[in-house]
Design a protein around this ligand. Structure first.
Ligand code: HEM
Length: 351
């Protein structure tokens, strides 16, 4: 059993501390799925790899100069941005609506202020703001925030050791950002496989896509509250989750007490290689080292287990499938044209 290495023991959220530590250390619901896929395909046709060839040919290099610097200086920007992209795409589509700030004094909060998004790290938002400002300097009013987010997420996957895949561009930024639209569209740490499948299928993603995309949990961290019930009171039984490895249970309990713990403490998803984008996530699930109940459920459920076992064996297969699934996720609900969208100069505010 892989041991919890000292540098991957639970950490606190402070960025400075992170830097120091990092240095040392079913069938789809047919109608919904078909509609989502058709939607994506229609607009997908208008998206292309060379969308900005004339208007901003250096956009990918500009974004890359920011992502590579952030990767070195603030490594948590990687997982933060990848998760930000996921949360953007699942609510209103990949349209950068997650980046909009709530209007001061308004009763209606924006997406980013929904409870489900409260743990999205600021480092992801900062990375996109920096990239956008560099791009705006060179090509004012041309490149959408949504495309910058898609490119930056891809860059971080690759910088962390994961696959490089192409990002089609041409997304416009959405105008709708409402906190109330978040809860039904973002999965929870204790979601069942049935609930997860229903949600992913409703976005036009398959069971395989879901297991593959969950492999993003090969990097990054989760707060104690996301898995606390697994440590002490699983399903109200006053017992730990029997599907959690006893040594990992002990290590996690030391950092995450049942009551009164520090709310900022986080634990790595992948206890063996927490900073490397690899396929160890799946072998960890086989070894009962999944951090969230929803991670471990992918191995427990007979529908998803074969996919987990397959990916655990074959890194190349995972990389190829992950790139393809990210491309597919990146096309969910894309907005095209002035009727549906805008191009924001500052990603956090409507024009
Ligand atoms: C399958 C359903 C999923 C569930 C239930 C889920 C849930 C979670 C939770 C609870 C956290 C920890 C948040 C915190 O405590 O700060 C998290 C983190 C993360 N998730 Fe997911 N997630 C899912 C799928 C995905 C997908 C599809 C992606 C990307 C493709 C993704 C990428 C990430 C990343 C990179 C982190 C680490 C963030 C960081 O360290 O800042 N997740 N997820």
């Amino acid at each position: 059993m892989p041991h919890l290495p000292s540098h991957s023991s639970p950490l606190t959220c402070s960025s400075t501390l992170f830097i120091t530590l990092i240095l040392v250390c079913s069938q789809p619901n047919r109608s919904a799925a078909a509609a989502a896929a058709a939607n994506a395909t229609g607009r997908h046709r208008q998206m292309s790899l060379d969308y900005y060839t004339k208007s901003c040919p250096q956009v990918e290099q500009l974004v890359a100069s920011v992502t590579s610097q952030r990767f070195k200086e603030v490594p948590v920007s990687g997982p933060a941005t990848i998760r930000l992209f996921f949360h953007d795409c699942f609510v209103e589509g990949c349209d950068a609506s997650i980046l909009i700030s709530s209007k001061p004094g308004s009763k209606e909060l924006a997406e980013k202020d929904a409870i489900e998004n409260k743990d999205l790290r600021v480092e992801g938002f900062e990375t996109i703001a920096k990239a956008k400002s560099l791009v705006e300097n060179r090509c004012p009013g041309v490149v959408s925030c949504a495309d910058i987010l898609a490119i930056a997420a891809r860059d971080f996957v690759h910088l962390s050791g994961g696959p490089y895949y192409q990002v089609k561009k041409g997304r416009w930024d959405g105008r709708i950002s409402m906190a109330t639209r978040v809860p039904p569209n973002i999965p929870r740490a204790n979601s069942t496989i049935d609930q997860l499948l229903k949600l992913f299928n409703s976005k036009g993603l398959t069971l395989e896509d879901m297991v593959v995309l969950s492999g993003a949990h090969t990097i990054g961290f989760a707060h104690c509250e996301q898995f606390l019930s697994r440590l002490y009171d699983y399903n109200g039984m006053k017992q730990p989750d029997p599907m959690l490895d006893p040594k990992l249970l002990k290590a996690l309990r030391m950092s995450c007490p049942h009551y009164g713990g520090n709310k900022d403490i986080v634990a790595p998803f992948d206890v063996t290689t927490p900073f490397l984008f690899d396929h160890t996530y799946y072998a960890n699930l086989e070894a009962r080292l999944g951090l969230l109940a929803s991670d471990q459920a992918l191995f427990a459920d007979p529908r998803t287990r074969p996919v987990v076992q397959d990916l655990a064996k074959d890194k190349q297969k995972f990389f190829q499938a992950f790139g393809a699934a990210m491309e597919k996720m990146g096309l969910i609900g894309v907005k095209r044209g002035r009727k549906h969208g805008e191009r924001r100069r500052d990603c956090s505010f409507h024009e």
